[in-house]
Structures are given as structure tokens and as C-alpha cells.
Design a binder for this molecule. Structure first.
Ligand SMILES: Cc1cc2nc3c(=O)[nH]c(=O)nc-3n(C[C@H](O)[C@H](O)[C@H](O)COP(=O)(O)OP(=O)(O)OC[C@H]3O[C@@H](n4cnc5c(N)ncnc54)[C@H](O)[C@@H]3O)c2cc1C
Length: 375
């Protein structure tokens, strides 16, 4: 047992744990960040679509909706200030036929409720002038949607946290937690070492329900059980030429996901398609070649030149979702668990999309929860 009591410990060096480490270390001393892997960002945060969302699809009144616009602005400002590659590509939500065009009105209204006040309707001619290869009768244009190099963002958060004195320890898996009534005793790597911390932040992504259960929280009763939703991306070779993100408004086939298969571009200009979501039982990043038909059916509705043979599997990631198949949509849980008898245990559970976009407001909110425990 290490004798010194740490002030604040964060479990998990994904984009959210790292953003929290930067924010907290600017105000508080004696911070430790523990990561089970060999380095930071090896799980969900390195498998994201890297989109800086603008708040179109996430319900207002939830953290997800409320944090999107401030998160978008904060990321763009951070990128500009710290030389992190990003681009405001803009996004076209494309519609074909009267029913889909009507849906665009609802999407616009939802976006405006989250503060997206820059949305524009585009005619077929205007779409053609922006994206000649895209077929659509109408579109909703979101100019503030962008893309980001999430690895460089994480590298910046890490460097800022370390220069504020945060101790980052890799290959350190939290395997036991005991609340003494005053502080938390953390057991690392099944007893290799242990230490005490006053404040404990659970930012363990796909494993956050497990960490909550280690503290003693009944995760079934609290609704903290994580469901794994695996998203697969494909790419096309040769790559289509697109300058904007293109999202079909409705899927032609329900299996192609709630919003269809998107065309996303990365900072090198390469187009990737997806994600196509499927609930899975285990954390396994093997990608499945068998989805080509579903990708093709969705993509051809707005990119008619695409051929099934050109589509190849790219990569996949897994969302740590609180809602399972057919269950009502859930928000992030970001909470000091004092009411459950664990003061100073800050839970971040269900940190799925748009967690990358919202990482800075999330970190600020976590800091406001921690401030009442430590000066
Ligand atoms: C396919 C896909 C596409 C996405 N696209 C976007 C997008 O375009 N835009 C957007 O805003 N969001 C997107 N998201 C969501 C976004 O990626 C996540 O919200 C975000 O990366 C979550 O970050 P995190 O730090 O909570 O989790 P993670 O990155 O998973 O980090 C958690 C860390 O905790 C560590 N850990 C776990 N257990 C322990 C333990 N016991 N001890 C020590 N360490 C531990 C893990 O090793 C891991 O490094 C996407 C997600 C997916 C899956």
C-alpha cells in the first residue's frame, strides 16, 4: 500500500478521461490518471467517426443535446489554439421524396432546440453545385459540423495534464475498490499495488459499469448496465470525391440503422461509410465483411455511382450504451454518487455518441462536481 493519499484519481485515459485530467489539473493538485492499456486512447476514442457534431440529432434537455453546441465551439477553439488538425467540412442531410423532405423540418427543429442557428435548406441545384455526385431532391446543410484528428486532440490533453503535474500510469488496471467511509482504496493489477484517493472518477468507457459495481453500486438497479453497440465502417476503392459529410435522412432498410449509412470524410480526404450498428455480447473488434449488401443498399440512394464490389471493410468501434435493443434512448450518466452513499465517486457511464464532441463541457461539468470536495 502506498501511504500518500492521492487527491483525485481518474480511471481511464480515453478522450473523456484525458479532457477531465486537463481541466481538473488546471485547478487541483495531486492527480493520478490510471489506464489499463499500454498507452492512452486505445479503445472507443480511437475508433470514432471523428465528427465534431453540431447538435442536430441529440435531444435537448439531455447532456447529449445541451453539450453538443458548446462542445463543438470549444473543440474548434482548442484545435485552432493548439495546432490540432480539424476542418469545418459542413454536413448535408440529404432527402429524396416528399416524406423524407418533410423529415428535414423535424431535424432542423431538433437542431435549433440545441442552439444550431445556422441550418439552411438547399435545393437540388444547390446540392449539385456543392456535391456533383450526390443525388438528392433537397438537403439540410449544417455548416458547423466538422472533423477532427482525435488522436492529436488526446495527445494535447495528455501533454497539458502532465505539464500541470498529473501522474499518468499505464498498464494499471483497477481491479478492486473499497470505500472506507472517508476515501477510496484502489487495488491495481490484482494487488500489485494499492493506494488511497479522496475523489475517484470513473471514466472507464465500455468497462464503466464494472467499475461502478466494484465500488458497490448495484448496476442493474441503478440502470447502469452497459450494452455494447458495435459500429462498422466500410470504405470504397476508388474513393468517391466528396467535400462534405453526407447523411441520408432515412434508411431504405431498417437494418441499415436508424439514420442510414453516412458518408464521412477524414482529414486526408478519404471517404468512409458507416457506421452500421449491431448489438453484440462481447468486446471484439473483428470486422465483418458480410455487411456489404446493406452498405450498398443505403449508399446507392444518394451516391448512385457506387458499386458493391468497390466497398471494403474498414474498421469498427463499440459504443457503451445504456439503452439496449428496443429500449428508450438514454442520456449520459455524469453524477456524484453521494446519494448512493459514495461521496466523491464521480460516475461517467454510457459515454457514447457524441462523447468526443462533448468532451470539454463534460470535463468542465465533472470539475464542477469535484470542486465541492477539494480546493
Ligand atoms: C463507431 C463509433 C463512432 C463514433 N463516432 C463519434 C463521432 O463521430 N463524434 C463523437 O462525438 N463521438 C463519436 N463516438 C463516441 C465517442 O467515440 C465516445 O463517446 C468517446 O470516445 C468515449 O470516450 P471515453 O474516454 O469515455 O472512453 P474510451 O475511449 O473507451 O476510454 C476508456 C478508457 O478506460 C480504460 N479502462 C477501462 N477499464 C479500466 C480499468 N479497470 N482500469 C484502468 N483503465 C481502464 C480503457 O482501457 C480505455 O482506455 C463514436 C463511437 C463509436 C463506437
Amino acid at each position: 500500500m502506498i501511504d500518500e493519499v492521492v487527491n483525485i484519481t481518474i480511471i481511464g485515459a480515453g478522450v473523456i478521461g484525458l479532457a477531465a485530467a486537463r481541466e481538473l489539473s488546471a485547478r487541483h493538485k495531486n492527480l493520478v490518471l490510471l489506464e489499463k492499456n499500454d498507452t492512452y486512447g486505445m479503445e472507443t476514442s480511437s475508433r470514432a467517426g471523428e465528427i465534431i457534431h453540431s447538435g442536430l440529432y441529440f435531444p435537448a434537455g439531455m447532456f447529449k443535446g445541451d453539450f453538443c453546441r458548446p462542445g463543438n465551439s470549444a473543440l474548434i477553439e482548442t484545435c485552432a489554439r493548439h495546432n490540432i488538425p480539424y476542418r469545418r467540412t459542413g454536413k448535408l442531410v440529404v432527402a429524396n421524396g416528399a416524406e423524407q423532405i418533410e423529415r428535414l423540418q423535424d431535424i432542423k427543429k431538433g437542431g435549433e432546440e440545441n442552439g444550431a442557428d445556422d441550418l439552411l435548406f438547399l435545393s437540388q441545384k444547390e446540392i449539385h453545385s456543392l456535391e456533383p455526385d450526390v443525388r438528392a431532391d433537397a438537403a439540410l446543410f449544417s455548416p458547423s459540423t466538422g472533423i477532427i484528428d482525435s488522436h492529436r486532440l488526446m495527445a494535447y490533453f495528455l501533454q497539458a495534464a502532465e505539464s500541470n503535474g498529473t501522474v499518468v500510469v499505464y498498464r494499471s488496471e483497477v481491479t478492486g475498490i473499497q470505500f472506507t467511509g472517508k476515501d477510496y482504496v484502489l487495488e491495481v493489477n490484482n494487488g500489485e499495488y494499492s493506494f488511497k484517493t479522496n475523489v475517484l472518477i470513473n471514466s472507464a468507457g465500455l468497462y464503466s459499469d464494472h467499475i461502478a459495481s466494484l465500488v458497490g453500486i448495484d448496476i442493474e438497479k441503478q440502470g447502469y448496465k452497459i450494452h455494447y453497440n458495435k459500429g462498422i465502417f466500410y470504405y470504397a476503392s476508388p474513393s468517391p470525391k466528396l467535400r462534405h459529410l453526407v447523411w441520408p435522412v432515412n434508411p431504405p432498410n431498417k437494418k441499415a440503422g436508424r439514420r442510414g449509412i453516412h458518408a464521412e470524410i477524414d482529414l486526408s480526404g478519404m471517404v468512409k461509410f458507416g457506421p452500421l450498428w449491431d448489438y453484440v455480447e462481447t468486446i471484439d473488434y473483428t470486422c465483418d465483411e458480410s455487411k456489404r449488401g446493406l452498405f450498398y443498399e443505403s449508399i446507392k440512394t444518394y451516391l448512385p455511382q457506387i458499386t458493391p464490389e468497390s466497398l471494403k471493410v474498414s474498421m469498427c468501434g463499440i459504443r457503451p450504451q445504456l439503452h439496449g435493443p428496443g429500449e428508450p434512448y438514454r442520456d449520459f450518466v455524469i453524477k456524484d454518487e453521494a446519494a448512493l452513499g459514495y461521496p466523491g465517486f464521480i460516475n461517467l457511464v454510457g459515454m457514447e455518441c457524441p462523447g468526443l464532441t462533448c468532451c470539454i463541457p463534460i470535463a468542465q461539468y465533472v470539475t464542477s462536481l469535484v470542486d465541492r470536495y477539494t480546493s
